[in-house]
Design a protein around this ligand. Structure first.
Ligand SMILES: [Mg+2]
Ligand SMILES: [Zn+2]
Length: 281
């Protein structure tokens, strides 16, 4: 293993849209969605929308077909495959739901690249209606973070992952996201970690305004090409920095991983990392 954990947001990070909006729009329920949006928490709204779609006769298969057409940049699929081949531990932290995410990842052929998917449970009931439950049951207790929506604090999930890594030796984290709820986890990253905010999206704006609150390195990205190039360059730089690698023992890699490392990083090897995000303090 490369000693690197890469954590991805899902909507507008791995896929190029919001999966909740995509399903609602494609199945023709946008009007009701807009009507209900101001009246209830988002998580409850999606559960209600799935009830409505079920009442309108939409089936599991209908939802699956719509999910398979979700827009995604091909370089992002390739980037995920490359990071996985390089031995990184890939995880998802998302406010979508397990059904949407797993259906899309399986369709793209990258489900097995991820060791963990942290998201709201999405489960079909006996009648074939998709139920969407909160990741954190806010009816029982609050997660206590004021920055985050009641059903999920991504920062707490990052802290849980960090705690679980303590026994596995030195690990470094790279986090990619776009939304305002990706700001809380970016505050948990350490000096040796990296945040990759999507440029001109809410988390990028929050980081620009509050750069001094983040300890980690920050590298912005805009599109699929950036996503692939910058992610692989950061992985590349971490691997090259690693003492074990410097000593020439290469025991972080299997020979297959090392071959992949050589070929994947060859193209980007001579390019310097893009400039770190410079913002006025
Ligand atoms: Mg997102
Ligand atoms: Zn939080």
């Amino acid at each position: 293993m490369a000693g690197i954990v890469v954590v991805f947001d899902f909507d507008k990070t791995i896929i190029d849209t919001d999966s909740d909006n995509w399903v609602v729009d494609e199945l023709g329920a946008t009007d009701l969605y807009n009507l209900l949006l101001p009246t209830m928490p988002f998580n409850t709204l999606m559960d209600t929308m799935m009830k409505e779609l079920h009442a309108r006769g939409k089936t599991i298969q209908d939802i699956k077909e719509v999910l398979k057409r979700v827009p995604i940049h091909s370089r992002i699929v390739q980037a995920i495959k490359s990071a996985h081949t390089l031995g990184c531990d890939l995880r998802i932290v998302s406010d979508a739901n397990t059904f949407f995410i797993k259906t899309i990842l399986k369709h793209l052929g990258i489900r097995e690249c991820f060791s963990e998917i942290n998201t709201n449970p999405g489960i079909f009931d006996d009648e074939g209606r998709l139920r969407i439950f909160p990741f954190h049951d806010f009816q029982l207790s609050s997660h206590g973070c004021e920055r985050c929506p009641p059903n999920m604090c991504k920062g707490l999930i990052i802290e849980r992952i960090q705690a679980s890594l303590v026994n596995e030796g030195k690990k470094r984290m790279i986090y990619l996201g776009d939304g305002s709820n990706d700001f809380c986890p970016s505050l948990k990253l350490n000096k040796s970690d990296f945040m990759m905010p999507r440029k001109d999206f809410p988390v990028w704006e929050l980081i620009c305004k509050n750069r001094s609150l983040l300890e980690c390195g920050v590298h912005e990205w805009s599109n699929g090409e950036d996503f692939e190039r910058i992610l692989l360059q950061i992985i590349n730089s971490i691997i090259l920095e690693d003492d074990t690698y410097k000593n020439g023992t290469l025991n972080l890699f299997s020979s297959m991983e090392f071959k992949a490392f050589e070929s994947i990083t060859m193209a980007a090897h001579h390019e310097a990392l893009p400039k770190v995000l410079r913002v006025p303090h």
